[in-house]
Design a protein around this ligand. Structure first.
Ligand code: NAG
Ligand code: NAG
Ligand code: NAG
Ligand code: NAG
Ligand code: NAG
Ligand code: NAG
Ligand code: NAG
Ligand code: NAG
Length: 526
């Protein structure tokens, strides 16, 4: 680390022999790196870089940053892919660490959005497109990349998206860093939320020694099931009735009010880990009239509406009524998965796009498949197909962290009001890991989960959101200070600060019986 800092300050400030752009041109890679074939390496110096992107890993501002912007393209011989990997090397004060980042939806990487905060914090930060953008020629979020021209699945890109691309990114980022600095990083990390969180889990499973620490937030693990469950609310509305958002909002408010006190304190947050313990009955709002701004009139809630809400909460079920996966948790917004809008006076369903594309392109391999017209039986067929076709690469029902436990740390937080990915899927993973490895005390040394009441997907929502989870992870990795709690904070609708020290799962927040319900200090973990 010191060497890199010295080299930079030596050239840049002492003698000014080398400008930042000259320094950046020092990055050269061999033609072949393991089984990867390097196609090109571009680099340029970015000076005074300022970015609006502030992801929820640590409080930071991205202003006046100088870094080398290195872009590597490579291919896996035989797979005919072109993978774009971006590595940003901070020119001011490198902290000696690297931070690889992940994607969202059907994207493997978000690039600037995730790299900017990392480089501002002093990390060498990296992102990859996993080859999904076909060398920058198509948008990857449609998932059309999964289909070859003849309609068959592109197995190389599927492997990249599942886990290989995170490994390649780690390999390349570390190599670029060594070429540039003359020595390796001290610590390496990975951060991702949603699909990025899922990539973190699969990275821990498939390449357990790649990084020292993984921060995986609101992870979209159990992908074969979750991708279908995320379409369930659209199927319900297609088969029952589409609801304007005002009705959903009325339900969300009523549910929070009904289940808020179940944990013994009225703090505006549904805090129970088990969604079934919130026994709100949707039919209790039938007959209620509400003013509805979506449709510019008042509307009376019907029993059909109540039935749809019940099914959306319940999640998809098999023919005989057994749960296939979790539904939208109580207290979460319906606007993520049960979005609707008024077009020319009629209410139309706006399906969650990543789920629709998954069903069309991944499951049925037909971009024109009319997913919105699915019957419940069609949906179940799609669900089974998804599990059958994609569990080998994306499945997580049988966690495999035995290699990772030897040196890695995995930190996750998940909102209890996550509107896209139910926390119960993460709890399922935690439960299965615990069961196979001999109990919580056996996994706590390398895997810790925190559930956040009222917090939404990757942040937002009405509940406190972890403020600096990356610092919690680095302290754990570097100082062996394992997080017992995770500090979280937000500003509520009334403008007040609400904070909590989130509890290490499976312990839960409990009100001490006195003190401000907005203050972390009024709660402890039980
Ligand atoms: C960056 O900012 C510094 C100080 O404000 C200024 O001197 C320099 O010219 C700027 N560099 C570029 C490339 O804009
Ligand atoms: C980094 O380089 C790539 C490829 O040359 C370019 O597309 C991108 O805009 C650059 N990013 C920044 C922040 O300069
Ligand atoms: C990728 O696209 C760039 C232009 O953006 C082009 O120069 C390069 O040759 C392409 N690489 C491959 C392997 O097609
Ligand atoms: C509701 O009324 C507003 C203002 O009159 C109008 O702009 C809007 O288009 C209306 N919305 C619908 C769904 O009719
Ligand atoms: C709304 O109706 C108008 C007139 O009938 C039509 O031209 C337009 O395409 C419609 N818009 C949508 C989104 O269906
Ligand atoms: C879906 O169903 C509607 C009504 O049943 C029909 O008008 C429409 O053509 C169908 N869409 C597709 C893509 O099959
Ligand atoms: C996880 O295990 C706990 C304890 O056995 C159980 O109460 C809970 O329902 C399980 N949760 C899920 C989502 O499987
Ligand atoms: C490790 O502990 C030292 C001494 O308390 C502290 O200065 C340092 O910031 C800690 N490192 C991390 C990554 O938290």
């Amino acid at each position: 680390m010191l060497l890199c800092l010295l080299v930079l300050s030596f050239f840049k400030f002492t003698f000014s022999l080398e400008t930042p752009s000259q320094a950046c041109n020092k990055v050269h890679l061999p033609k072949n790196v393991g089984e990867l074939k390097i196609l090109s390496v571009f680099s340029n110096a970015e000076e005074n870089y300022t970015s609006p992107y502030l992801q929820g890993i640590a409080p930071t501002e991205v202003t006046s940053i100088n870094f080398c912007n290195v872009t590597v393209t490579l291919t896996h011989p035989g797979d005919d892919d072109v993978v774009i990997i971006s590595v940003w090397l901070p020119l001011q004060s490198w902290n000696g660490k690297s931070l690889a980042t992940g994607g969202g939806g059907l994207l493997a990487g978000e690039f600037e959005v995730e790299q900017a905060p990392g480089v501002a914090l002093g990390y060498v930060s990296a992102a990859t497109d996993a080859g999904l953008s076909n060398n920058g020629t198509i948008g990857a979020s449609s998932g059309l990349w999964v289909l070859n021209n003849d309609g068959s699945l592109n197995s190389g890109l599927l492997t990249n998206f599942a886990y290989r691309s995170i490994h390649d990114m780690n390999v390349i980022a570390k190599l670029v860093l060594r070429t540039f600095c003359g020595h390796a990083e001290q610590y390496s990390y990975y951060y991702g939320c949603s699909t990025g969180g899922r990539q973190g889990y699969l990275s821990a499973t498939h390449y357990p020694t790649d990084v020292n620490g993984i921060l995986a937030i609101s992870p979209a693990i159990n992908t074969p099931q979750v991708s279908l469950a995320d379409f369930w609310p659209s199927v319900v509305m297609g088969n029952e009735v589409a609801l304007p958002q005002c009705v959903f909002s009325a339900y969300q408010d009523a549910i929070i009010e009904y289940c808020d006190g179940l944990d013994g304190v009225l703090d505006g947050l549904v805090s129970m880990y088990n969604p079934d313990s919130c026994t709100f009955d949707p039919s209790s709002l039938v007959g209620q009239s509400i003013v509805c701004s979506d449709i510019n009139s008042s509307i009376t809630i019907t029993s059909e509406d109540a039935n749809a809400v019940r099914k959306i909460h319940q999640g998809p079920t098999s023919q005989d009524g057994k749960s296939l996966w979790y539904g939208v948790p109580p207290g979460a917004s319906f606007s993520g998965l049960a979005s609707t809008t008024v077009v020319n006076g009629s209410l139309v369903i706006e399906p969650f796009q990543a789920a629709e594309y998954w069903i069309q392109n991944f499951v049925f391999q037909d971009p024109n498949y009319p997913a919105l017209n699915m019957t419940y039986q069609d949906f179940r067929t799609a669900f089974d197909l998804s599990v059958e076709k994609f569990s080998a690469q994306f499945g997580t029902l049988q966690p495999k962290l035995d290699e990772f436990r030897r040196g890695g740390k995995l930190l996750t937080w998940h909102g209890l009001a996550d509107q896209y990915i139910a926390h119960s899927g993460t709890v399922t993973y935690w439960n299965a890991t615990t069961a196979s490895m001999g109990g919580a005390e056996k996994i706590n040394p390398f895997y810790r989960l925190f559930l956040a009441p009222g917090a939404a997907h990757c942040g937002g929502g009405s509940g406190p959101v972890p403020v600096n989870p990356l610092a919690a992870l680095t302290a754990w990795v570097e100082n062996d200070t394992a997080p017992e709690t995770l500090f979280a904070s937000t500003t509520n609708a009334a403008g007040q600060t609400v904070s909590r020290d989130l509890c290490l799962y499976p312990s839960q927040l409990a009100y001490s019986g006195m003190g401000d319900v907005n203050q972390a200090s009024s709660f402890n973990c039980r």
